[in-house]
Design a protein around this ligand. Structure first.
Ligand code: OAD
Length: 271
């Protein structure tokens, strides 16, 4: 762990976490920054280099599906070429080993799921060439993905949804991926600006009402309703522990706010 991170703050956060019966972990793009993925609002952030209105709205897709798919194809390639970092892995282990842990993410990069899957595959002892699936419970403790996932698609006509990891050919409209049920055009299964969040947000708010602690990692906490999840925990009597190199609107509400990168700090809290 780096020297600048406040050791007393870490100790206090560990105590709060060990006392908490139920913990809601809320993550944002900052947790994946240590895997090499750009955040949205940082110095080289996605929303600084691209205009959200031209790419992440239903109107943008209706106007130019090729351009929108090209952008999501690039983001898929970037996410697929990254690995879950120490923070994703520590949180996945935390959720597997302790009851009462719910991971809620605003990220669409699939890295929490990959971390959970990596841990759910028990490595064989040396010499045995066999990989065994660990108990199903482990694979089931997957994150709630509030904003969807880059590696899922949704049909624009029949609303079929399924996993899709194949490369996107966005060279022309007629090379874009089509639905395996009805052959209509597919779209990324991402919640775009102006669209309602699905059932995941309702589940997240009901978990928040009951949570003793909200561990907030790597989010600027400016996008609603996700940012309110932590304030609901606080209003219902729980506490907030924040991990972020920068202060955010949640900092003043937090019992502990640790200034550092997720991969440095999170393993020392939940390990
Ligand atoms: P942002 O880009 O708004 O914020 C990223 C946060 O991560 C900032 O507060 C950074 O200080 C922090 N950060 C940077 N490096 C970090 C590190 N190594 N460890 C921990 N934290 C670090 O991203 P989000 O808060 O996730 O929505 O943005 C929320 C939503 O806004 C996204 O889900 C996306 C976007 O518009 C949609 O696309 C619907």
């Amino acid at each position: 762990m780096s020297d600048e991170i406040d050791p007393q703050g870490v100790e206090h956060a560990r105590e709060l976490l060990s006392e908490a019966g139920t913990v809601l972990v809320l993550t944002g793009a900052g947790i994946s920054a240590d895997s090499g993925l750009a955040t949205f609002r940082g110095a080289d952030g996605l929303w600084r280099n691209y205009r959200a209105q031209e790419l992440a709205t239903p109107e943008a897709f209706a106007r130019d599906p090729r351009l929108v798919w090209e952008w999501y194809g690039m983001r898929r390639e970037a996410a697929a070429s990254c690995e879950p970092n120490a923070a994703h892995l520590a949180l996945a282990r935390f959720a597997i080993e302790r009851d009462g842990i719910t991971i809620v993410t605003q990220n669409v990069d699939g890295l929490h799921t990959r971390a959970a899957e990596m841990l759910a595959v028990e490595q064989p002892p040396a010499g045995e060439g066999r990989v065994v699936r660990a108990d199903e419970n482990k694979a089931a403790r997957l994150p709630l993905e509030l904003h969807g996932c880059l590696f899922r698609v949704r049909c624009t006509q029949c609303e079929a949804r399924y996993g899709h990891r194949e490369p996107i050919d966005a060279s022309a409209v007629n090379t874009l991926p089509t639905c395996r049920s009805c052959s209509s055009m597919l779209r990324p299964d991402i919640v775009w600006f102006g669209e309602p969040l699905g059932q995941a947000i309702e589940i997240a708010f009901s978990v928040a009402q009951e949570a003793d602690l909200c561990l907030v990692v790597g989010t600027s906490a400016v996008v609603q309703p996700a940012a309110s999840i932590a304030t609901v925990v606080r209003q219902a009597g729980g506490s907030i522990v924040e991990v972020n190199p920068e202060p955010t609107p949640l900092t003043s509400l937090a019992a502990v706010s640790l200034r550092g990168g997720a991969a440095d700090v999170v393993p020392s809290l939940v390990g």
